[in-house]
Write a protein that binds this ligand. Structure first.
Ligand SMILES: [Zn+2]
Ligand SMILES: [Zn+2]
Length: 338
């Protein structure tokens, strides 16, 4: 029997998971790129479609172009360890995180710009002693700025210093290899998913989870600032994805796009709302239900929708109640006394 969600007026089909205020169509969609048998048309639509809808990847690419054109220090300046260009990069990183994090938080949680429409978990941000300063939002902002953005900045400084000195392969201009320039954006989407899956599995190992990743998992329900609320060890590992640029020839737009995808992308993916609604129109994709499931059920969905690593390794939660039962049984198995 179908039920109507009073918040969204969206018809929630039979089989809807009532554990959520809103969820996308279930089971959740994964990238068809790795489907067997292959589905070339669906794969191509997924791959190309990413860049033609107002969603975080497109906004990161536009921001990366603007950053490289107008804000990034000149490569020649970055050859020496001079404080002025380093502070300039720090200002770009802290500035963009603070602007986007604040805008999303104010719109969605302070001014309730779309009430609870398309909100996954109905619960508000939490006041609890398990959070630094006793409040989820202050905790999340503090760890984002004192830890994640610092490591994002340190990695970026290291990369541009070595790139400016020609110690790693770089692309001086797009004209040097336009095909590689375009192709690398597609590769980066897979790389980000692949790298995140493995470092995330690593920090779910009991010792690292207890001392490191539990800080991020204080957030059972999430808000934009939860995305970058990480322990310094996690911040260091998370942004180490930049190492791909030390190996493969990269244009500054690739690097900045990649770093925005990791940093600003996490603010979107933890927004807690599937899409942003402006004036009753669904304006932009925001939250990730795939990752929201990870925050509620922990031992599932370590990766992202781009690569089916969770499916291959048995930890995929597709959002259905049957999957919840399966993941709970798996969790019992993992944590059973040996
Ligand atoms: Zn986790
Ligand atoms: Zn998270």
């Amino acid at each position: 029997m179908a039920k109507s969600d009073p918040n969204t007026d969206i018809e929630v089909p039979a089989g809807a998971n009532r554990a959520w205020n809103f969820h996308p169509k279930l089971p959740i969609a994964m990238s068809p790129v790795f489907d067997i048998p292959p589905r070339p048309k669906a794969a191509l639509t997924w791959l190309i479609g990413t860049w033609f809808k107002l969603a975080p990847p497109l906004s990161h690419i536009l921001l990366a172009v603007i950053t490289v054109a107008f804000l990034l220090p000149a490569m020649s300046a970055m050859q020496t360890l001079d404080a002025s260009w380093m502070l300039q990069i720090a200002a770009i990183n802290f500035g963009s995180a603070i602007l986007l994090g604040t805008a999303l938080h104010l719109y969605l949680y302070v001014f309730s710009g779309q009430q609870t429409r398309l909100k996954f978990d109905i619960r508000p941000m939490e006041k609890s002693s398990r959070f630094t300063f006793g409040y989820q939002v202050w905790d999340n902002i503090f760890w984002s700025l004192a830890s994640s953005v610092v490591f994002w900045t340190l990695w970026t400084l290291l990369y541009f210093h070595v790139a400016a000195n020609g110690w790693v392969p770089t692309m001086q201009s797009i004209g040097q290899s336009p095909i590689w320039f375009v192709l690398f954006f597609f590769i980066l989407r897979f790389w980000q998913s692949f790298h995140f899956y493995w470092i995330h599995r690593l920090i779910h190992m009991p010792l690292l989870f207890k001392h490191v990743h539990s800080l991020h998992h204080r957030n059972v329900n999430v808000g934009p600032w939860s995305g970058l609320a990480m322990h310094p060890v996690e911040g260091f590992l998370y942004f180490s994805g930049i190492l791909i640029h030390f190996v493969l020839p990269s244009h500054p737009i690739h690097v900045i796009f990649h770093m925005y995808s990791l940093s600003l992308g996490a603010l979107y993916s933890h927004a807690g709302f599937d899409k942003l609604i402006f004036r009753d129109t669904e304006a932009m994709k925001a939250g990730s239900f795939h990752h929201q499931l990870h925050h509620r059920y922990f031992e599932c969905n370590y990766g992202s929708e781009e690569m089916p690593l969770d499916r291959w390794f048995g930890s995929f939660h597709d959002g259905t109640e049957a999957a919840t039962k399966r993941i709970r049984a798996r969790k019992k198995l993992i944590f059973a006394p040996k």
